[in-house]
Write a protein that binds this ligand. Structure first.
Ligand code: HEM
Length: 442
């Protein structure tokens, strides 16, 4: 098994670091969950880039800002463990996923998985994806809540692109099980009591394990053009390939990592284009110029869509924070931080710092053409950085551009006058109201 145990850090060992412990028992958890934009801002203003705190029943350090991101994400000496950082949140339902691996094991698995994300693989994924996008959008009403509709659509796309399953009862059953696993990963209470989120999640995880394990011999014998087939057949330079258990773990984890994040990006970008009709018109003109069926290469021509995508990820990073745990003592901002300390990084905060961004709250995709995001190499990290940089970042951009390309050609995107999207940032950015939109045909 891939997991390593970790010990909860003792608050005494962090007492020398400036910061606060928050409420009895709950610590800063309520602020972390309900004021996730404000919390790192307040902490940075009061204490600078390092402070101690207490989140989710455990003492932590908050490392805030681009220098902190750089210090943690570029370390290649094994000082910061992703596995031990993410384990308390993800390990019970997503064991063995890439983000839950470190060191040599992670390097080996990532090398094998990379095959599934090469250019020709992505081009094949696009061929599977495009007709589904067309079919889905054709069925959308002129007025609806965007978030649940696109969430459903990206699940259907994942069933086809990741697992080669056509729309139908088999894909529906898999998607239902998958949604239950993801919902359970957010549960704070994790008791094996029937009827609870956690219990349903565990049951669905077992269903998925069984479902995928049964698919492996078939896909090894007759691989299709889907990501799962690539995981079943991919080999390392020395010819080694994944075991059945590893394939199943990677498949479940990758689907989780891909789904809510891309759904989030598509939702916030749709909202921003509704609020900024000038950019919507610009992206539509670009989409019409490329023509009805954008192939993999022509997606590069959607340059303005690329800028708008980057800006949406800056304003609303789907994964607004990251976690690690120190494996040894280290120094940062003049303080020694002991081994075993959970480290929280806040990309949302770095994406909004006035020191690096002009009018950071303004939607201004051109800032990426002006290279504003290059003032510090770690001020803009929607896909993370270093060894665990998102393996699906090109896939995500391809999917977002493909949906937009199709949507903009056929529909207008509008929201009610004066509408402002209420959104929640953690665990993954999303609108609280589902984002009601009007999509009149053009
Ligand atoms: C806009 C969409 C996406 C965003 C914003 C995003 C964001 C991220 C971030 C921030 C990380 C690093 C986490 C860390 O270092 O702790 C990550 C890792 C990862 N992502 Fe994505 N992701 C997106 C889409 C996808 C897609 C489409 C896939 C797969 C098809 C995917 C698969 C993964 C995997 C497997 C990892 C773990 C990589 C590793 O640990 O080596 N992601 N993602």
């Amino acid at each position: 098994m891939t997991s390593q145990t970790y010990e909860v850090q003792s608050a005494d060992k962090l007492a020398h670091i400036p910061g606060e412990s928050g409420l009895p028992l709950l610590g800063q958890t309520l602020n972390f969950v309900y004021r996730p934009e404000q919390m790192p801002r307040d902490l940075y203003r009061r204490y600078g880039p390092l402070s101690r705190g207490h989140v989710y029943f455990e003492p932590v350090v908050h490392m805030i800002g681009p220098d902190a991101n750089q210090r943690v994400l570029t370390d290649n000496t094994g000082l910061f463990s992703a596995q031990q950082g993410w384990a308390p949140i993800l390990e019970h339902l997503f064991p063995g996923g890439l983000m839950l691996q470190d060191g040599e094991q992670h390097r080996r698995h990532r090398r094998i998985m990379q095959v599934a994300f090469k250019k020709d693989a992505l081009a094949a994924d696009l061929e599977t994806m495009r007709p589904l996008v067309e079919q889905t959008l054709a069925g959308w009403p002129e007025s609806m809540n965007f978030y649940p509709a696109i969430k459903r659509a990206t699940l259907d796309m994942a069933a086809a692109v990741f697992f080669g399953l056509p729309l139908g009862p088999q894909a529906d059953r898999m998607n239902r099980a998958f949604s239950e696993v993801v919902a359970a990963s957010m549960a704070i209470l994790r008791l094996p009591i029937p009827g609870t989120l956690h219990h349903r999640g565990q049951r669905s995880r077992r269903f998925l394990e069984h479902f995928f394990a049964e698919l492996i011999p078939e896909r090894r014998a007759r691989p299709g053009n889907d990501l799962f087939s690539r995981l079943c057949t991919a080999t390392d330079d020395d010819g080694s390939r994944f075991s059945h258990e590893e394939i199943v773990n990677h498949a479940i984890f990758t689907m989780m990592a891909a789904h809510d994040t891309t759904t989030s990006a598509l939702t916030t970008l749709t909202y921003l284009l509704a609020k900024h009709p000038d950019w919507q018109a610009r992206l539509r003109a670009e989409a019409l110029a490329v023509g009805p069926a954008a192939g993999y290469e022509s997606l590069h021509e959607l340059a303005d869509a690329g800028l708008a995508f980057r800006e949406a990820l800056r304003l609303y990073p789907p994964l607004p924070m990251m976690r690690r745990r120190s494996t040894r003592a280290f120094e940062f901002a003049g303080h020694e931080i002991p081994a075993g300390t959970p480290v929280n990084l806040y990309n949302h905060f770095s994406h909004h710092m006035e020191a690096y961004w002009a009018a950071p709250e303004r939607f201004d995709p051109e800032r990426f053409a002006r290279n504003e995001h290059r003032r510090h190499p770690f001020q803009y990290i929607p896909f993370g950085a270093g060894a665990h940089t998102c393996i699906g970042l090109h896939f995500a951009e391809m999917q977002v551009k493909t949906v937009l390309h199709s949507l903009l050609q056929k529909r207008e995107i509008r929201v009610a006058p004066g509408y402002e999207m209420p959104y929640q940032l953690v665990p993954i950015s999303r609108p609280r109201d589902g984002l009601p939109v009007m999509l009149p045909a053009r």
